[in-house]
Structure formats: C-alpha cells, structure tokens
Design a protein around this ligand. Structure first.
Ligand SMILES: [Zn+2]
Length: 74
C-alpha cells in the first residue's frame, strides 16, 4: 500500500496565487478585488485568489490607498 498525501478538497491551490510567490495562503480574496488594486500579479483563473499573509498585506495596503484616492477624486 502506498502512503497517500492528505489531499485538500477540490482543485484549489495550496499556495499563494501571486505569481512567483510560493507561500501558503492565509486568506482568500475575490480575484476581482485583487486585480482592481493592480499591485499583485495573480496566476491561475479561479474566482477566489488565496493570498499569503505577505501578499495580503500588500493587497490591503493598496486597496486602502485605492479607496483613499477614490474618495479624494470625487
Ligand atoms: Zn504570496
């Protein structure tokens, strides 16, 4: 009998979806929201983008900035 790895449900990636980043994800963010900030280069095409804590911080920072800019512009 072969020893099997514990497989996670579905075909979700078990890594951060930022291209070039191989960290394990901490949060799952809707892909659209991440793309809107334009600060992260996502790979894959799933609707949700798992992000590691580092990338999530970048996302959070840029989305905050984006929101500020938006409110200032209007
Ligand atoms: Zn990452």
């Amino acid at each position: 009998m072969k020893h099997r790895d514990i497989s996670l449900s579905g075909d979700e990636q078990d890594v951060c979806s930022t291209s070039g980043c191989g960290n394990s994800p901490k949060r799952s963010i809707p892909r659209k929201r991440v793309e809107k900030t334009g600060s992260l280069n996502l790979q894959g095409s799933s609707r949700k983008a798992p992000l590691c804590s580092d990338c999530y911080r970048i996302f959070k920072k840029s989305s905050k900035k984006d929101r500020t800019m938006e409110s200032l512009g209007r």
